[in-house]
Write a protein that binds this ligand. Structure first.
Ligand code: DGI
Ligand code: FE
Ligand code: FE
Ligand code: FE
Length: 188
């Protein structure tokens, strides 16, 4: 199946804004893949699919996770914004029959990051931050950094994520902290 067919599959699952965002992430991922020497088609694919379960109501997300055997830790249970990434990867595998671990992992970890991120993980995580539809203050700085170094931009994005979460007083997933610590140690 190619990217056009996957676009057709996600269209009814997503609202207009989220569909547009997914197309933008797909384009940003393709560009990053070209720059950093990853498979462009795969990056485009993971990008278009990364938020596939984002617009499903939270109670339905929980139900589907139960159905697909996705179990949640205490932190995950109290962080509904993380569910679409975990569920998304399970859906791609179980319903769409996608088996490529690079694609599945990039979707699974696009919100938290993790220790030992693959090149594709980093590309999708960063594409999600700098896609053309993003307008938050600071996005221009991240776009500039992404052109200079994937390591540098990952470190800055994770610091930004952790800072925002701490400001809001919400739990921080261990994978987010592990990703941040690993980046920090590499920067020293
Ligand atoms: O799905 P998107 O909006 O495109 O972006 P995303 O999947 O990166 O989700 C971003 C949201 O996820 C943002 O509101 C912060 C939240 N998030 C990221 N890491 C963590 C987290 N929330 C909690 N509670 N803990 C985390 O570690
Ligand atoms: Fe997401
Ligand atoms: Fe993100
Ligand atoms: Fe996204």
């Amino acid at each position: 199946m190619d990217i056009t067919e996957y676009r057709r599959i996600i269209r009814p699952l997503l609202g207009d804004y989220r569909f547009h965002h997914s197309v933008c992430v797909s384009e940003a991922a393709c560009e990053l893949a070209r720059q950093y020497g990853a498979d462009e088609d795969k990056a485009q694919l993971a990008g278009i699919l990364h938020d596939i379960m984002k617009d499903i109501p939270h109670d339905e997300q929980l139900g589907r996770m139960r159905e697909y055997g996705v179990t949640l830790t205490e932190v995950e249970l109290h962080a509904p914004k993380l569910w679409h990434a975990m569920l998304g990867a399970a859906y791609l595998h179980r319903v769409l029959g996608i088996s490529d671990p690079e694609v599945l992992d990039a979707v699974r970890y696009h919100t938290t990051g993790r220790a030992h991120m693959t090149l594709m993980d980093k590309i999708i995580f960063t594409a999600d931050f700098i896609s053309a539809d993003r307008t938050y203050s600071g996005v221009k700085q991240f776009r500039k950094m992404a052109k200079e170094s994937l390591e540098k931009v990952m470190h800055a994005e994770l610091a930004y994520t952790i800072e925002s979460l701490a400001k809001d007083g919400v739990p921080i997933h261990p994978d987010t902290l592990a990703a941040y610590n690993e980046c920090s140690l590499e920067m020293i």
